[in-house]
Design a protein around this ligand. Sequence first.
Ligand SMILES: Nc1nc2c(ncn2[C@@H]2O[C@H](COP(=O)(O)OP(=O)(O)OP(=O)(O)O)[C@@H](O)[C@H]2O)c(=O)[nH]1
Ligand SMILES: [Mg+2]
Length: 237
Amino acid sequence: MSSGVLVVVPTFNEALNLEELVGRLLALQPEVDVSVVDDASPDGTGSLADQLAARHTDRVNVIHRPEKGGRGAAVLNGLRQGIEGGYNHFAEMDADLSHLPEQLPSLLEATVRADIVIGSRYLPGGEITGWSRKRKAWSTLSNLLIDKVLRLPISDYTNGFRVYSRKAVEDLLAADLKERGYISLSEWAWVLHRAGMTFTDVPIRFVNRRLGTSKMSAREAVEALRALFRMRKRRSR
Ligand SMILES: Nc1nc2c(ncn2[C@@H]2O[C@H](COP(=O)(O)OP(=O)(O)OP(=O)(O)O)[C@@H](O)[C@H]2O)c(=O)[nH]1
Ligand SMILES: [Mg+2]
């Protein structure tokens, strides 16, 4: 049984990024283990992940899901398995190297002051590199909109670079979660805040993906907006 840190990495078509990401994660101090959750990526990410797991049997694990089922649902799968594996802290991050593995230790250090540590692009010292002005504006706007509805003590609702305590993940797994896509990040923060969990955020540098393509689609964006209104309804009950 492990007592360390498990990093859950959701993947869909990330074959061009995964090997570098896993290599950089395995080089970190303190050591972390990695769980790749792949949704039957047509580009072979799943078999690449299997090869990495075979190379690092005790540190890399792969979960294969039969079809693309959303970033949030994939991460939840990895967290569930990690709880069974006995880990004490759980990180989640994107596979496309937008989240720098080398910044994970600063998130882990902050676990002394809160149950959930959020890597934030919007704190002083945080930054986004490589995004067009339009994309930055959209991200800022959606963050403001979500904050208007949820009003949580966090500065970045949509960045999937986070660390959770074991207790936070246990609460999450017991909660009535409705969302599966990117908006899960906001739903989880909301649910955990209601459960009395504490939050802190740490500035991070977000680097636009250089390889592979975005899975964020207009459909995901519309679904996220719908989800936000569902949460507003649930909040007023
Ligand atoms: N397992 C799984 N992973 C997913 C799914 N959708 C997205 N991902 C992964 O979630 C992470 C974030 O997705 P991205 O496509 O990078 O989304 P984004 O960061 O908003 O978009 P870009 O800035 O263009 O990269 C990546 O590691 C994706 O491979 C999904 O349905 N299932
Ligand atoms: Mg990305």
